[in-house]
Design a protein. Sequence first.
Length: 249
Amino acid sequence: MVSGGLYSKHQVPKPDVLLGQHLVNARAASFQLGTGCALAGKRTFRIIIHGRGGHVSDPQFCVDPVVIACFNVVRLQTIVTLEVDPNKTLVITCGSVKAGDAPNVIPEKAEILVDIRSYTPDVLDHAVEAVKRMVSAECTASGKEPEIFEMEHVPPVVNGEEAMKPLKEQFQRGFGSDAVQKLAPNMASDDFSILASEGVPFAYWTFGSTDPDVWDQHEKDGTLDQLPVNHAPDFAPAIEATLRAAVDS
């Protein structure tokens, strides 16, 4: 929307400030706020690896894209371990690998969906270059050229003082200091930051969604890591407490 002229071509008034919030796995009625990097930037890619299909009884006449895909999935992890300063954060995930539908047929192609995340734009750019370089080299080694399509490009969410400081003060007055916690950087991402790409000040925070009694018990038992997180199949926010916090904030 922004690149298509949201604030110019379509004459949508440019906001004075942007506010965004998201629920997380934390104690319901708690809020996490702070300056600095809140969420990572991410870039995602769809990679098509071409092969030459045929019957498994004649592998000499085929080029197996499944093997090439497997080499790529493993090789891409070396970008994190060998190409980036270990003091900087980078996550590369091959979230989907698809190829073929029969055990006795070498398919024509394989498809990999790759997610790349970092808090730092230059690390993100380097990782993207490395992914393209490695995938191309791996496929070329088998005599085939890949197709690489970018699906998403979302910048990091970095909270500044201008919007966050007065907001945090309001939260502390309205909800009490005990309810306001420090926002730690998270490798999740949110395209909310694109709306602020025109230089609009913004603040992004999170709020808890776990039933207070459940949270307190797990905290007492030292098992908070066993609580389901966002997007887990058993993630189940406490509806009333979560909605109340979201609406009040």
